[in-house]
Design a protein around this ligand. Structure first.
Ligand SMILES: Cc1cc2nc3c(=O)[nH]c(=O)nc-3n(C[C@H](O)[C@H](O)[C@H](O)COP(=O)(O)O)c2cc1C
Length: 304
């Protein structure tokens, strides 16, 4: 059995990991999804067990591995025997160098990367109302996840040692990643932060405190309930608060935050249990549009 540890705030990473799991399952390899829920209580691989491999899945936040995963990686027990590991990361298309950073940290704990999958997904708060991001899941994304699981299952059977590298291959600049991280995460933490709390709307139910993965909320400290040094802006509290007392400050929201912004409610969603691998995908609509666009540009240039 292969344990796959995952952190997912709005459900994208969980969804992709379920599709990877489906790829394993169809190739007779059993896996178990284990949720990394809060920094208070991390699940780790059992030191007495020997696993064929372990998996780690997380979203990209601020061009980086999210803080909860960095802490998890830091606390992950060192294994004596070299252990295979695979990584899945989901992002709005800008994962930067995060996969490399996670792989380096895993190597320090004696884990050897055998596969890496990067999935472009529909983005969530605080960016979901950005018109430049796509809003749906498409067949290509689903197939990519399934294919990764299926390939890993075959790889483990054959014991070949070539890395399955399904990274996005864009904007992978280590220095830029570091700069962006310092600029955004550390910069925002040292200021008042992105997430704002409105005490007049709060009824002290404590739902936000219970769900915060970083244990950054203390409802007793009204009105300063958020510890901005801990917050990683995952927006779980925004999604959970029944009275919309927590919001993102930098942009006025037209749509109230709602739990319906999970993969299930987005166009193109397909239940991973019902998913079937598309062996004959035909022409992808995205590429077709790109081709048509290029032809149009050619025509304009000719006219000039
Ligand atoms: C606070 C925050 C920061 C993000 N930063 C990035 C980023 O730097 N690059 C990117 O491509 N996507 C970024 N995203 C988009 C998420 O990586 C993407 O929506 C991911 O699929 C969310 O996964 P989840 O639903 O499992 O939490 C960010 C999302 C949030 C909430």
């Amino acid at each position: 059995m292969i344990p796959i540890y995952y952190f997912s705030a709005s459900g994208n990473t969980k969804y992709c990991t379920q599709l990877v799991q489906r790829g394993f399952q169809d190739n007779d390899v059993s896996t178990e999804l284990i949720r990394i829920k809060t920094v208070r209580n991390f699940p780790f691989p059992d030191e007495k067990e020997s696993y064929p491999a372990i998996g780690l899945a997380f979203p990209i936040y601020e061009f980086m591995v999210p803080r909860i995963i960095l802490i998890w990686l830091h606390q992950l027990p060192y294994v004596k025997e070299l252990n295979p590991v695979f990584i899945i990361d989901t992002s709005g298309g800008l994962p930067c160098n995060s996969a490399e950073i996670a792989m380096d940290l895993l190597r320090k704990k004696n884990y050897e990367p055998i596969g890496i999958l990067e999935v472009p997904t529909p983005v969530v708060e605080p960016f979901f109302d950005n018109k430049y991001y796509p809003v749906g899941w498409n067949r290509e994304i689903l197939d990519r996840c399934y294919y990764f699981g299926a390939s890993l299952a075959n790889k483990l059977r054959k014991e070949d040692n070539k890395l399955i590298d399904l990274r996005l291959g864009r904007f992978r600049f280590p220095k830029l990643t570091k700069f962006m991280y310092q600029f955004f995460v550390e910069g925002l933490s040292s200021s008042s932060g992105l997430i704002r709390f409105d005490p007049s709307k709060c009824n002290k139910c404590g739902a936000c405190e219970r769900v915060c993965p970083m244990a950054a909320i203390n409802i007793q400290k009204i009105p300063n309930i958020i510890n901005h040094n801990r917050c990683m802006f995952c927006a779980t509290c925004i999604r959970t608060c029944p009275h919309h007392a927590i919001k993102i400050s930098y942009r006025p929201r037209k749509v109230p935050p709602s739990v319906t912004l999970t993969p299930k409610s987005r166009p193109g969603y397909l239940d991973p249990r019902l998913y079937k691998y598309n062996r004959n995908p035909g022409i992808d609509r995205g590429y077709l549009r790109l081709l048509l666009g290029m032809l149009r540009i050619k025509k304009i240039l000719k006219r000039k």
